[in-house]
Structures are given as structure tokens and as C-alpha cells.
Ligand binder design. Structure first.
Ligand code: COA
Length: 260
């Protein structure tokens, strides 16, 4: 059983809530926290009782205010490359999870925090949330996938502007840009995230996992996404949940999916 010093984990009704818990450092991601996120995600992958995860930050001020600058300041060329690769690997694990992962963004989501939110499948933000990739202020660039995922989410022009100016965007601006899915008052952040998660959990789990895989295929240049989709569609058609879903429709009842 993994031990977590920088995360709070709470499982309720099949949802694992992962709270980054370094509020005095605005939940900055030090290397240990990245390692713990990897372990928590491994739990999401392995534990059949977990149907989805919500990632949030402790306190009302920050989701995550970036990678821990005190650690970054110590990096050499060699350690910096593996630092970035390691973070990218963990965030890719979130993105590729076949169980839904929602970011509940409760405040500053800067640098690695914005990158963490973008690695999740869906983002819900509180009205006070702020997003940005301010690395150029430090003579750096994003290193946990930000140059790629911000471009995917908001398009090339705006991504260039945000990463070159280090400007922060407000939650309503992030909504307009497509960077977040919903903006709600702070006190509704978790209930809205749970509501979305529960809606997804009512659908066929295999199909949900395959939606994630196929949408991710859009961004993998070595993959033919249409072929991935056709294969995934065929996989659904051989599943018990497909039989259950179509039977329930014809019998005018609610489907009871098992994930098989
Ligand atoms: N890494 C390490 N520590 C961080 C941090 C980070 N990314 N972001 C905030 N902290 C720490 C501060 O050093 C401070 O610690 P201290 O109390 O021991 O001095 C504490 O968190 C509170 O932050 P502070 O800067 O005092 O809060 P603020 O309200 O004045 O400003 C921010 C909030 C988010 C604007 C500011 O903290 C900030 O710019 N953080 C860095 C953002 C960034 O560049 N992220 C990308 C990193 S690659």
C-alpha cells in the first residue's frame, strides 16, 4: 500500500478524490508529489472498485501553482531532461487512463498545474481559478506537456500568445477558450465535478475507456485514429454491455452495465 505525504486520497461511491496537499506552497509539484501522483494513478488503474478520479488542490487559493521552483533551480541539463520526461510520463498516465479523470480547479493552475489540469479528461473550474504557463518568466518553457496540450486545447495562436507572454487567464476566459469545460462558484466545484463523474459512471465503462482511447488517437501522429475507432467500435459490439445497452433500450428500461 503506497504511502502519501503530499496527497490526500478519499474514495467514495467509486470516485477517488486525489487532493494535492501542500497548501503552504500553493500545492507546487515537487518530485515527491509527482511520484505520489503516479502511485495514486496506479491505484486508479488497478483497483476495480475505483470507477473514476477527481484531482483537486488543498485550500481555496491554488489548484497547483506549478512545479516546485526550488527544485527546478537545482537542475542540470541531464537531470532536467529526465525531470521533464518523468513528469510527462505521469501526466500521460492520467491522459491514457481508461477511467475518467476530472480536474476540479480550485484556484491558481499555473505551469505544471495548468499542465496537470490539461492532462485530465475534463476540467471544471471555480470562478476564482486562474490559468497560465508563466515559465518564460523564469527563463524556462513548460516541461510537463504544456506546449503540446495547450496547443491542442486552445489552438496554435492563443497557445503561442499565452506561453510567450506568460499572461494568466481568468476562469471565464478559459471557458471561452475551451481550456475548461465548466465554471462554477467555488462552493459548487466538487459537487459539479461529482455530478459529471456520476453521469459518466452510469454509462458503459468499456465504451467510456474506448472513447478516451479514440480521442487521444487524434493527437498521436503514428496512429490512424479512424482505424482505432473502427477497432474500438467492433470491440464494443462484442461486449456484454452492448447487449445490455441495446436490450435496455428496446425494453424501455435503464441499462445496468458491468464493464464486460
Ligand atoms: N514552487 C515553489 N514554491 C512556490 C511556488 C512554486 N511554483 N508557487 C508558490 N510557491 C510558494 C511561495 O514561494 C510561498 O512560499 P513561502 O511562504 O515559503 O515564501 C508560498 O508558496 C505562497 O506563495 P506567494 O508567492 O507568497 O503567494 P502570492 O499570493 O504572493 O502569489 C502566485 C501567488 C501564484 C502568483 C505566485 O506564488 C507565483 O507566481 N508562483 C509561481 C508560479 C510559477 O511561475 N509557476 C511555474 C513554475 S515552473
Amino acid at each position: 500500500m503506497a504511502i502519501f505525504e503530499n496527497l490526500l486520497l478519499n474514495q467514495q461511491n467509486g470516485i477517488l478524490t486525489i487532493t494535492i496537499n501542500r497548501a503552504d506552497k500553493l500545492n507546487a509539484l515537487n518530485i515527491e508529489t509527482i511520484r505520489e501522483i503516479r502511485n495514486a494513478m496506479q491505484q486508479v488503474y488497478d483497483d476495480a472498485s475505483i470507477k473514476g478520479a477527481i484531482i483537486t488542490g488543498a485550500g481555496a487559493k491554488a489548484f497547483v501553482a506549478g512545479a516546485d521552483i526550488t527544485e527546478i533551480a537545482e537542475l542540470s541539463e541531464v537531470t532536467a531532461r529526465s525531470f521533464a520526461e518523468r513528469g510527462q510520463e505521469v501526466f500521460a498516465m492520467i491522459e491514457r487512463s481508461n477511467k475518467p479523470v476530472i480536474a476540479a480547479v480550485n484556484g491558481f493552475a499555473l505551469g505544471g498545474g495548468c499542465e496537470l489540469a490539461m492532462a485530465c479528461h475534463i476540467r471544471v473550474a471555480s470562478e476564482s481559478a486562474r490559468f497560465g504557463q508563466p515559465e518564460v518568466n523564469l527563463g524556462l518553457i513548460p516541461g510537463y506537456g504544456g506546449t503540446q496540450r495547450l496547443t491542442q486545447l486552445v489552438g496554435k495562436g492563443k497557445a503561442m500568445e499565452l506561453m510567450m507572454t506568460a499572461d494568466m487567464v481568468t476562469a471565464p476566459e478559459a471557458l471561452q477558450l475551451g481550456l475548461v469545460n465548466h465554471v462554477v462558484p467555488q462552493e459548487e466545484l466538487m459537487s459539479k465535478s461529482v455530478e459529471i463523474m456520476e453521469k459518466i459512471m452510469g454509462k458503459a465503462p468499456l465504451a467510456i475507456g474506448l472513447v478516451i482511447e479514440c480521442v487521444n488517437a487524434v493527437f498521436n501522429k503514428d496512429e490512424n485514429g479512424y482505424q482505432t475507432e473502427a477497432n474500438a467500435f467492433a470491440r464494443c459490439c462484442t461486449s456484454e454491455d452492448f447487449v445490455e445497452g441495446t436490450s435496455a433500450f428496446m425494453e424501455k428500461r435503464k441499462a445496468n452495465f458491468t464493464g464486460n
